[in-house]
Design a protein around this ligand. Structure first.
Ligand SMILES: C=CC1=C(C)c2cc3[nH]c(cc4nc(cc5[nH]c(cc1n2)c(C)c5CCC(=O)O)C(CCC(=O)O)=C4C)c(C)c3C=C
Ligand SMILES: [Fe+2]
Ligand SMILES: [Fe+2]
Length: 328
């Protein structure tokens, strides 16, 4: 019986089960059908989602997912699994035995309800949940809480949980981001900031309307960026913040990453180092959008050097941070 021991659950957004149009449609139907993600009355949104988006978007995404697919599946899932293994190993060293680390995806598989079932079957009575979103948003973090509550109510699990709301300003998070930048510069050389090179921090976007309704996401992104800039000892001209992955017709948070890269290239910026601090693991939005599509945008516009810095993934400093979050 493990009832006095600790279970930790890492939850990230989720990916399609396979890079095919039907699997992508199932994924988008679940994700974009969540009222927290798209807050438009069902009467209006359902015909658009099922009549237009789920017919037109999956075929376009097949090629993009195929370009980044790994032997173990979608990168987001493969990396989350590896993070759970690394955290488990780190937390079961001498003197800390008995911490079990699980992982789940908010949309598609492995589903939160199924993993909770396993946690209960393994004898745990409490689980600490870490949504893998450094910055809180009602469209991400809050949906993890929804999934936990729904699963608990439907299955009558005798399990309690607590949830890490955000870690956008956690010193170990800022330290891990800083270490990642320094490691990159050690391997590839430091940008020539005096000549106008830039470190661009690109966060996933959000409709402006969500922020107007009180979502703290934008404020937390700005705070993270500022703390990292200070930790690196850089000036405000050397570090820029932008928002990527816009979806749909609404106005999203600005400046957009694409516009920022175009403006930088137009200004004659030679090199840009792009990092995505809001993503705990590499995924479609980083490996494809940032590392492939946006690279092409910058280079086609006259940029010369484009570096993409990988997400924190299984970096030791990231696992140290997760350990802090698991124990706090
Ligand atoms: C209204 C739509 C969307 C909101 C709001 C949104 C917020 C949001 N998303 C992430 C993290 C990820 N999003 C990913 C993919 C993705 N996001 C949307 C839409 C919204 N996101 C779509 C439609 C997709 C699928 C791809 C596409 O169609 O363009 C992913 C990657 C998933 C993968 O399989 O690799 C992540 C991660 C955050 C952090 C966030 C709010 C701040
Ligand atoms: Fe998204
Ligand atoms: Fe803050």
């Amino acid at each position: 019986m493990n009832s006095t021991q600790h279970a930790v659950l890492l939850v990230n957004l989720g990916s399609p089960d396979e890079p095919t149009a039907p699997a992508i449609a199932r994924y988008l139907a679940e994700f974009l059908g969540d009222r927290r993600v798209v807050d438009i009355p069902k009467l209006f949104w359902w015909p658009i989602l099922h009549g237009i988006i789920l017919r037109t978007r999956p075929p376009k995404l097949v090629e993009k997912y195929a370009a980044i697919w790994q032997a173990e599946g979608a990168p987001l899932k493969a990396i989350t699994a590896a993070q759970a293994r690394a955290l488990h190993a780190q937390m079961n060293q001498e003197g800390e035995k008995g911490v079990s680390v699980y992982w789940a995806m908010r949309y598609q598989n492995p589903a939160v309800a199924d993993v909770l079932q396993r946690i209960v079957a393994d004898g745990f009575s409490h689980v600490r949940v870490i949504p893998m979103y450094p910055q809180y948003s009602m469209t991400t973090t809050a949906t993890v809480d929804d999934a936990l509550k729904t699963a608990m109510a439907q299955n009558k699990f005798s399990l309690t949980y607590d949830l890490v709301e955000d870690y956008h300003a956690h010193p170990a998070y800022i330290e891990a981001l800083k270490a990642s930048v320094l490691k990159h510069w050690q391997a590839h050389g430091r940008p020539d900031f005096a000549a106008g090179d830039v470190l661009l921090l690109s966060f996933h976007g959000l409709p402006e309307r969500n922020v107007q309704r009180g979502d703290p996401y934008q404020t937390q992104c700005i705070h993270t960026a500022e703390l990292l800039r200070q930790a690196l000892g850089l000036t405000e001209n050397e570090v820029k913040l932008s928002f990527q992955s816009r979806f749909g017709a609404q106005k999203w948070l600005q400046p957009y990453t694409q516009t920022t890269l175009e403006r930088l290239a137009d200004k004659g910026t030679h090199r840009v180092d792009v990092m995505c601090p809001g993503f705990a693991a590499d995924c479609l939005e980083t490996l494809e959008e940032v590392n492939i599509e946006l690279r092409e945008v910058f280079m086609a516009r006259g940029g010369v050097v484009y570096h993409y810095l990988p997400c924190l993934n299984t970096e030791p400093e990231h696992i140290d941070l997760l350990r802090d979050l698991a124990l706090a």
